[in-house]
Design a binder for this molecule. Structure first.
Ligand code: NAD
Ligand code: UDX
Length: 467
């Protein structure tokens, strides 16, 4: 079985870059990415490659090579499904906000809608691939919907595979082009091999793992839970370092050189953000409770609780160090994205930390190299202020176009995202624009402490007990 036409439903952070790389590496396969969001499809088709809807280093070059050749972006969902022999489902699976499992379970309405679209429109033999991150056993529901369609029309048949995506934002193209592994779960060997053959265009055979459906679905949730757990673990140690005179970077190096632990994902910070970690752990917690494993659920839930605590802790210590009040004080926020090299703010630590400081009446001047002010307004649930209303005691925020503008008249700077531009700032010059005594709260530990102190700033660094 050779795949000739791929359809991907969902032109988001995952669908767009993943299909662009498949099209780039497999010129003989027609790849079409479809979405119900016309504006998103228009942006993917923008002649100006700097205006793609997802910002990822290297993505413009990949799209530039494949688009118009064998990569198409379209809103013609049913027609594209009808002509495809493989359909990826790469739609959003956010946490449910109401009803059964609200706050924890995944909202599967968009996945089910895709399954029904495939059931209605597909022709001949169609391999349906779960690319979205899904609760274990979702494939059973998709299969049930597809089997009902098959009974209506014997000309059609389906097989379902799980092929979760492990890319991280900001490094999506690198992760897709040189993945640690590709995971394919399924029951039908021929379909598994058809998908493996797509990846084998550029991925070593040894890195293509084949499992059963449920192991594949569960591995995705587990991988994210393990990664997030490391961050909560190091952040818990950071707080202890601050209390005891230890330095979390020294501790991380000391433990990370143990080959059983390894050095990666041990950077203490303002807590993890992003669209995946919290959502996927809460989903895991929900599943554990559903399967009668409350102790396992509590164990994983504590990873999220520690993360939330770390974010509130940082906002609280800023208030405490600034003489117990930030009402009417100008604070410069450096970085709003959940990590560097992305314009994504989903679950960004900056949202909770800025929210707490606004609640305390602070006037925030927010700088980020990529995040749009309209996104900040949505996340902070308030419009940018035309001018700071210092006397009212109500917090407000404004966009700063430059770091210099952000710090002017500020009592403190908070670094919340590790953008490269914040690593080697001229702190002497910036300090000269601030109100004294001035502080730097470096939640990402990116600034050079010696330079910051020489500039006359008082420094707090995450996990640094020396300060
Ligand atoms: P996204 O919100 O960026 O994109 C999803 C897209 O699907 C949207 O454009 C939406 O309009 C479209 N869509 C929804 N229902 C549709 C339908 N019925 N027909 C056509 N289009 C439809 O989401 P994302 O970040 O790309 O994530 C997709 C999945 O991948 C999620 O399950 C997520 O957990 C998982 N994932 C995300 C990442 C990441 O870094 N963002 C990494 C790995 C896995
Ligand atoms: C994550 C997983 O890494 C990826 O495999 C999965 O497919 C999607 O979820 P992503 O959320 O894009 O990817 O970014 P990641 O690099 O994992 O960072 C997540 C959060 O953890 C960020 O807020 C980041 O700043 C934070 N982080 C990461 C730390 O605080 N310390 C670290 O050592 C690593």
């Amino acid at each position: 079985m050779t795949i000739q036409r791929i359809c991907c439903i969902g032109a988001g952070y995952v669908g767009g870059p993943t299909m662009a790389v498949i099209a780039d590496r497999c010129p003989e396969i027609e790849v079409t990415v479809v979405d119900i969001n016309q504006a998103r499809i228009d942006a993917w088709n923008d002649a100006d490659l700097s205006r793609l809807p997802v910002y990822e280093p290297g993505l413009d070059a990949v799209v530039g090579r494949a688009r118009g050749r064998n990569l198409t972006f379209s809103t013609a969902v049913e027609a594209t499904v009808a002509s495809a022999d493989m359909v990826f489902i790469s739609v959003n699976t956010p946490t449910k906000t109401k009803g059964l499992g609200a706050g924890q379970a995944s909202d599967l309405r968009w996945v089910e809608a895709c399954a029904r679209t495939v059931a209605k429109a597909a022709t001949g033999h169609t391999i349906v691939v779960e690319k979205s991150t899904l609760p274990v056993r979702t494939a059973a529901a998709i299969k049930t919907i597809l089997e009902a369609a098959q009974e209506d029309d014997q000309q059609r048949c389906f097989s379902v595979l799980s092929n979760p995506e492990f890319l991280a934002e900001g490094t999506a193209i690198r992760d897709l082009e040189a993945p640690d592994r590709v995971l394919i779960g399924g029951e039908d060997a021929a379909s598994i091999e058809a998908l493996a053959a797509v990846y084998s265009h550029w991925v070593d055979e040894a890195k293509i793992l084949r499992t059963n459906l449920w192991s594949s679905e569960l591995s995705k949730l587990t991988a994210n839970a393990f990664l997030a757990q490391r961050i909560s673990s190091i952040n818990s140690v950071a707080a202890l370092c601050e209390a005891t005179g230890a330095d979390v970077r020294e501790v991380a190096r000391a433990i990370g050189t143990d080959s059983r632990i390894g050095p990666k994902f041990l950077n203490a910070g303002p807590g993890f953000g992003g669209s995946c970690f919290q959502k996927d752990i809460l989903n895991l917690v929900y599943l554990c409770r559903h399967f009668g494993l409350p102790e396992v659920a509590d164990y994983w839930e504590s990873v999220v609780a520690l993360n939330t605590w770390q974010q509130h802790r940082i906002a609280q210590l800023v208030v405490q160090k600034l003489f117990g009040t930030v009402t009417g004080k100008r604070l410069a926020i450096f970085g709003f994205a959940f990590k560097a090299d992305t314009n994504d703010t989903r679950e960004a630590p900056a949202i909770r930390i800025c929210g707490d400081l606004l609640e305390e009446g602070a006037q925030l001047a927010i700088h980020d190299p990529k995040v749009e002010p309209a996104q900040m307004a949505r996340d902070l649930k308030q419009e940018a202020a035309a001018a700071a209303d210092v006397l009212s005691g109500t917090g407000s925020w404004a966009l700063a176009e430059s770091v210099e503008e952000a710090v002017s008249g500020a009592d403190a700077v908070l670094i919340l995202t590790e953008w490269n531009v914040y690593r080697n700032l001229n702190w002497a010059e910036l300090a000269g624009r601030m109100r004294k005594p001035a502080w730097l709260f470096d939640a990402r530990a990116v600034a050079d402490p010696a330079v910051v102190r020489a500039a006359g700033l008082t420094l707090w660094r995450v996990g640094d007990g020396e300060d």
